[in-house]
Design a protein around this ligand. Sequence first.
Ligand code: SF4
Ligand code: SF4
Length: 504
Amino acid sequence: MSKVETTERLKPPAASPPAASPAAPLYANRTKVYPRQVSGPVRRAKWAVLILCLGLYYTVPLIRWDRGPNLPDQAVLVDMTSARLFFFWIEIWPQEVYYLTGLLVLAAIGLFAATSLFGRVWCGFACPQTVWTDLFMWVERRIQGDRNARMRLDQHPWTREWLVKKAATHAAWLGIAMATGGAWIMYFNDALEMTPRFFTGGASPEVYFFFWMFTATTYLLAGWAREQVCTYMCPWPRFQAAMLDENSLVVTYRGWRGEPRGKAKADGVGDCVDCRACVNVCPTGIDIRDGQQLECIGCGLCIDACDDVMGRLGRERGLIAFETLANLARSEAAAKPLRPGPGRHACGMAARTPPRFLRPRTFVYAGVLGAVVAVMLGAWLLRDTLDLAVIRERAPLYVRLSDGAVRNAYALKLVNKTHEAERFALVLDGPRGLALLVQDAATDAEGRPLLATRPDGITQWRALVTAPAGLRLAESSPVTFRLVDPRTGRAVESTASVFLGPKP
Ligand code: SF4
Ligand code: SF4
């Protein structure tokens, strides 16, 4: 059964949204949403994720990590000065930005896999927009009261109570937003060193710019825009349909059990008493009984709300539940012939099968995920800690000296990714007779230039290669610069280049 068919069948006819007419306006004013407080297992799980995510975000820059002298001791730091990313024991250089690309690919595939298994679990639980909006709503509720109190307050604006409560809410929001902006800049600067400088006005203009930028975006997106970010700004709801199938767990209303909805004590009605508790707690203000909708972020709060109602009525919980569309269709088919009531319920639930987590698409995601992890791990284990870049000077291509010799100049860039200072002998492999000289470098007993490197840094040298007069060479001869460890005599790095001269 196709996903679309399943979704359509589950929509109760009475609650189906009106078909869009060609004359429908393209713009609609926002209807403010006043989500009611709810408690239950899903809400508790959301609090746990929120505390974990925010706790990590605000405290990680304070964690210290000893890397030795002259290196930052902040565990997670994007050091713009040295162009380095530090993550505990891992250090990424600008040349290794492909590791970050790999991480982004991993995150994307992980998100695809999670969506295919559990629907919009990311959106409903861990997305920063959801987490900060949840926090802002909690603050709003603490100051202005629950849904009804907030609605009453907004019906009488500009009263003293309205002004005080709104001012307090916005002040608290701004405080959180500033803490968020402040924490963000600490990922790019040493937190312990930057904090006093920041408060005394000694930080750079860029630091203040990014602080205010993140403060403003947090305040606007979590305080004002809220569900509109998910509905209109975020592209994810648009293409997540490609990852979902009828075996993905999504928040669903068991219409076969709930319909026809009606009063609790009425005859011939389903389990839904049309109390709208599920609608009132929804952070996006939708009615899950209308079927799967783009606006549903899969937060599951309507499950807690409805379970609470069912519990109070002494009915089986799970009228709204994390369920697969395949199971929903099976239950609906099995329960259809029966009249509303317990028999119908038992019949529908018995038709369910355990969710199928092992499916072709989850194997594909797991395979791709494993392959990317293996490639990244392999690249990391085989990573060079020493890198020699050789750039031939092009203007001029070569110089003819007064004695008839021909000289080429090369810029050598030696990257040492270890935390130790090192020394290497430089050897030139190429046509016999070429002479190598490195400006400002000492030489060893064999007359080879010795290149000293800084720990965890880049050193630059200028090398001159000379072909004496009379040495017959092609217009372009391949040469190789080789770094040799003077203690072991082993070549540790080599880079190829060319030696250019006049036509023979
Ligand atoms: S909370 Fe449950 S019973 Fe109340 S309207 Fe929603 S689905 Fe029906
Ligand atoms: S319909 Fe339910 S799961 Fe979807 S956003 Fe609203 S409360 Fe969350």
